[in-house]
Design a protein. Structure first.
Lengths: 299, 360
């Protein structure tokens, strides 16, 4: 930097302008992160927050704990399945809403409804729909002759896992719809017209034009939703509470149970840190894919 | 034999009529421009021929086949879009090969054809690039390549040069003329730029408000505009249109308006409202029976454009660059009566009036 006093004043101004962001970042991200890492090295009684240092003891316990591995498996299963459904139905709905259908604007607003509804409300509604004694689902399926006995949707496996996956897909597919629809509207009509003249049928136009054009937005949507689904707590907790036993318990539920059910903040922190490591791999994948996209766009 | 023909073709979008009742027959191997201001129906006409829009009424033929219900991909046409419409995620080579791929042409034959087209258009070095890595002129050539590779019966071009800068446009114009000569195929070219239409076409179809105004060779359209619209639209600077009246004058008739009186040798009748058209190059400033006031002088180098007041109306005159004209001065002028055009002021139709040379 030169000795120009104006330069110095600008530099000070710049530092002052970014200071609030840096402080908030430290307070809400760096501090909790560091303290989670720190806490995970202790065995801590939650109500008093007192405990003793045990080094990597919590991690050693987790590696040997079938519950941890089961929860990790549940988390991955739930994330992969619900995300797949969200993408498939999200893209399909977006394609449909992009057509000139009747009541298009109404349909576009209605489809966002699940995303707007508070999770608590949505789950209460679904619990009634799934109810094994009074639920509409059982009633309709019995009437249609699909089942002979009422099903226990949330209290037995694999029904409970299937139920949370379906409700998760229903709740979050509108996010995919919004993102994909926004991108669809920017694809020039001329590309489809050129393809028609070049002899491409409807399926060819979808595969050769729509999908490649959606690629970038789908990469972002998949990674964002993967991270969010991986962390999902309220929907699963309210729907099944992780049950039956731990059959639908995901890692966020395990963190909650360890921290506030079993009052072991240290072990809960260790689970949270492990979750972070898994998500970090999502992050690396994301940066790699994003980086590849950027390289491709350079001459 | 006509290669492309429109018979009483009408196209309406709801209550808006884009093309009224078009009859047009385009010969095999012809280069025809559809020319007109925006909203005249020229692009709709082309899109109907491409199969991207369907006529509300009438019949479109390509060769001897009625194509009204034939999908675009089976019409044996290729189209170059104004925006080029190159597939952004495909390389240049893949873009050019795409129409062949969709028609099930084998890989080896595809590669050979792409290579040959790329050689014609000097795209050989660019085949692996993506469209966004190309300049406007190169993208334009890729779009042409994608049309060429199929060897279609008819080429449709929708204002393909309008996104290029002036220099490149002149260059591509020459390349298109050359390409048309080499291929000998039918080209149908939509443009609002009369320079492009005049320089490239065998025939020009001038359109206005959904109607075909005139269909003829460029010089025919220029020399004998069929009506007031064509007269005002073709030519740059535009033809001067001076409304007036035919009056009896001694033993004969004369066209009269403020500041102008021209003896009519043949045609016309007294009391008829007539608009005469005179091209900027057909007014001679400096000497003559009439007087004009010079308003604006615009030297462009190879010529000078003078805006002058003739009987209360401003007219454009094209003069040699070496003549000096003082703004505000009055100057005598003459018109070349042999090159005057006359139109009915009410219907706009061309009139067969002969003007007598001025008695000098």
């Amino acid at each position: 930097m030169s000795g120009n006093p104006l330069d110095k004043r600008y530099a000070v101004l710049g530092a002052m302008l970014i200071a609030p962001t840096v402080l908030i970042f430290c307070a809400v991200i760096v501090y909790p992160l560091v303290s989670a890492l720190y806490l995970s090295l202790f065995t801590i009684f939650t109500p008093t927050l007192r405990g003793s240092f045990i080094g990597l003891g919590n991690y050693a316990y987790l590696v040997n704990s079938p519950e941890f591995w089961r929860s990790l498996w549940n988390t991955l299963l739930w994330t992969v399945c619900t995300l797949t459904l969200q993408i498939v139905f999200g893209v399909a709905a977006a394609l449909m809403l992009h057509q000139n259908i009747v009541f298009r604007s109404l349909a576009r607003s209605l489809i966002l409804f699940p995303y707007f509804v508070s999770t608590v409300v949505a789950v209460l509604v679904w619990r009634w729909l799934f109810n094994d004694l009074y639920g509409v689902m059982n009633h309709l399926m019995l009437m249609a002759g699909l089942i002979k006995m009422p099903l226990d949707w949330l209290g037995s496996m694999p029904n409970a896992m299937i139920s949370i996956i379906l409700v998760g897909a229903w709740k979050y597919f509108p996010f995919v719809v919004i993102a994909v629809l926004a991108r669809l509207q920017t694809i020039p009509d001329a590309l489809y017209e050129a393809a028609k003249i070049d002899g491409a049928g409807a399926w060819s136009r979808f595969v050769d034009i729509t999908l490649p054009q959606l690629r970038d937005v789908l990469v972002v949507v998949v990674l964002l939703r993967a991270i969010w689904d991986f962390k999902e707590f309220d929907l699963i907790y309210l729907l099944t509470g992780g049950g039956p036993i731990i059959a639908t318990q995901t890692l966020p539920l395990m963190v909650y149970k360890d921290a506030f059910g079993l009052n072991d903040m240290g072990r809960a922190s260790a689970v949270a840190v492990s979750m972070m490591l898994v998500m970090l791999s999502f992050m690396v994948l994301y940066l790699k894919l994003a980086g590849r996209g950027e390289r491709e766009s350079q001459p | 034999m006509a290669d492309v023909s429109f018979q009483k073709v009408r196209k309406a979008f709801g209550s808006a009529v884009a093309v009224k009742s078009l009859d047009l027959a385009i010969g095999s191997g012809e280069f025809v421009s559809l020319l007109g201001p925006s909203g005249c129906g020229k692009t709709t006409t082309l899109r109907m021929l491409a199969g991207l829009e369907f006529p509300t009424e009438g019949e479109i033929r390509i060769g001897d086949r009625v194509v009204n219900a034939v999908p675009p991909g089976q019409r044996d046409i290729a189209m170059v879009f104004q925006s080029y419409a190159l597939y952004p995620h495909m390389s240049v080579g893949e873009n050019i090969a795409y129409p062949l791929k969709k028609r099930g042409v084998g890989r080896a034959e595809r590669d050979a054809k792409v290579a040959s087209v790329a050689a014609t258009l000097q795209l050989g070095a660019l085949l692996d690039r993506k469209p966004r890595q190309l300049s406007g002129g190169q993208q334009q050539r890729v779009a042409l390549g994608r049309a060429l590779v199929r060897d279609p019966k008819v080429f449709l071009l929708d204002e393909p040069l309008s996104n290029l800068d002036a220099k490149l446009r002149a260059h591509m114009r020459a390349e298109l003329i050359e390409l048309h000569r080499k291929l000998g195929k039918t080209f149908i070219y939509v443009t609002h730029d009369q320079l492009e239409a005049m320089t490239m076409s065998d025939r020009i179809a001038v359109m206005h408000e959904g109607d075909l105004q005139q269909f003829g060779a460029p010089m025919q359209v220029y020399e004998k505009p069929a009506n007031l619209f064509v007269a005002g639209f073709i030519g740059s600077p535009a033809m001067n249109l001076l409304p007036g009246m035919i009056e009896s004058s001694g033993s004969g008739l004369a066209f009269v308006r403020q500041g102008l009186r021209l003896a009519v040798g043949a045609g016309g009748q007294a009391g008829q409202k007539v608009t005469i058209g005179v091209r900027p190059e057909d007014i001679a400033l400096g000497s003559g029976p009439f007087v004009a006031t010079v308003r604006i002088v615009e030297p462009t180098g190879h010529e000078t454009i003078v805006m002058a007041d003739i009987g209360g109306q401003s007219a454009i005159v094209r003069v040699q660059p070496d003549t000096a004209h003082v703004v505000g001065s009055e100057t005598p002028f003459a018109v070349r009566t042999s090159r005057l055009h006359a139109f009915d002021s009410v219907t706009g139709a061309r009139l067969d009036l002969a003007f007598a040379p001025p008695a000098s």
